[in-house]
Design a protein around this ligand. Structure first.
Ligand SMILES: *Cc1c(COP(=O)(O)O)cnc(C)c1O
Length: 399
């Protein structure tokens, strides 16, 4: 796999072992190659002594599926190993995973420093939800690591990173921010959905908690909503007994099984997506109706050196600014695309398009976070030629 060649810490052999064998005890289920979906709420014990014993260690014993379930547990083992971490928890959505990881690191009176414009529901949690419990925050421009140091106060308990951002693609210097946090005894968490654990080794760069929306690349088939929290044994054990068991935002065994299936092809999907995206990006850069392309591994990207330093892989997302005189032209282009589905999310088999002008009403004249002619693309598993031909015909419609 080309994208892990430069990484000394995780070898392709390890990835193959983790994905195909780790945590799978086939002798316990008739030698079945595919793991069973243990669709049960509770687990029975043979006597009082074993029930009593189970109560002392619910994290490592199947008692009730709100806590532990063997199908989910297999997934936890694999995703933790892929990230180079001790342990992991799986949640019902990426948003539940983010909320749990943030809540685990604050109490009344705490302060959080978070990168500007994080995922919308991270933002909502910090701005609308946590203030009810006396937790305050500061949003900063994360392109300068020193802004984390400047915003830190004596009650700061958590730094939140999201690198790259999935719409602006801005990066944070992970190692520099970890160093600032460690000096001050502040916990760090990152939303690593954009790169996956294979594409960006956050735990090895010193991040305490890595969070993912598994609905994206891990699932890979646009049929599951789920989230991961990956961290040390101590943090995961603590979060198991608090945020996981108490909020109860757990994944079903069926969805955990779909994620196990998605994992089997994760490295090859990532590899394929990278190659196709590079071809499509090159096509767009060369087209006269495209004003600008934003893609972290492109040399024109403002933080290109940092991207190459801390990311092993750059995903299927990129933005363009279309040379379009008005919103109508942007709409005409997007509506002319036949093979890019117009939808939120990303990370699946299908290529997607989402224009920033859809975030505002048609007659909106106020300030915009993203320009009217910004369009985000996601490249899936189709052939590059199939996609560029579609882009070409849609661009011809606005000439
Ligand atoms: C999709 C996404 C989330 C939220 O995940 P859900 O599984 O949809 O709840 C969080 N962060 C990023 C960067 C995302 O793309």
């Amino acid at each position: 796999m080309s994208f892990v060649e430069g990484a000394s810490y995780i070898r392709p052999m390890d990835i193959s072992y983790i994905i195909n064998h780790l945590g799978e005890e086939r002798e316990n289920y008739f030698g079945a190659v595919a793991p069973p979906i243990i669709q049960t709420s509770n687990f029975a014990f043979k006597d009082v002594a074993s029930l009593r014993q189970a109560f002392t260690d619910e994290k490592n014993t199947s008692v009730y599926s709100r806590g532990t379930n063997p199908t989910v547990d297999m997934l936890c083992k694999k995703i933790a190993a892929l990230a180079g971490a001790d342990d992991a928890l799986v949640f019902a959505s990426g948003t539940a995973a983010l909320a749990a990881a943030i809540m685990a690191n604050v109490k009344a009176g705490s302060h959080v420093v978070c990168v500007n414009n994080p995922y919308s529901w991270t933002s909502n949690l910090l701005q609308k939800f946590l203030p009810k419990f006396g937790v305050e925050h500061t949003m900063i421009d994360g392109t300068d690591a020193q802004n984390y140091a400047k915003a830190a106060k004596c009650n700061t308990s958590l730094f939140i990173l999201e690198s790259p951002n999935s719409l602006s693609f801005q990066l944070q210097d992970i190692k520099a921010i970890v160093a600032i946090a460690k000096e001050r005894g502040i916990a760090t968490m990152i939303d690593n959905t954009y790169c996956t654990s294979l594409g960006q080794r956050c735990i090895e760069m010193g991040i305490d908690i890595e969070v993912h929306s598994a609905s994206k690349y891990y699932s890979g088939h646009s049929d599951v909503v789920a989230g991961f929290v990956i961290s040390s044994k101590q943090i995961i054990e603590r979060m198991f007994h608090a945020e996981l068991m108490n909020v109860g935002a757990i994944i079903s065994p069926q969805n955990a099984w779909l994620l196990l299936r998605g994992l089997r092809t994760l490295p090859m999907r990532l590899d394929r997506i990278k190659k196709t995206t590079e071809e499509v990006v090159a096509f767009m850069k060369a087209h006269p109706l495209v004003e600008k392309v934003t893609y972290p591994f492109d040399e024109s990207f403002p933080q290109h050196a940092l991207a190459k330093e801390q990311m092993l892989w750059c995903g299927g997302l990129f933005n363009i600014l279309l040379k379009a005189k008005d919103v109508d032209t942007v709409e005409r282009f997007c509506d002319s695309l036949k093979h890019f589905l117009m939808a939120v999310s990303w990370g699946g088999h299908e290529s997607l398009v989402i224009p920033a002008c859809s975030f505002y009403s048609k007659d909106y004249t106020g300030e915009r976070v993203h320009p009217y002619n910004l369009i985000r693309f996601y490249i899936g598993l189709e052939d590059a030629d199939f996609l560029t031909a579609d882009l070409k015909q849609a661009l011809a419609k606005i000439e």
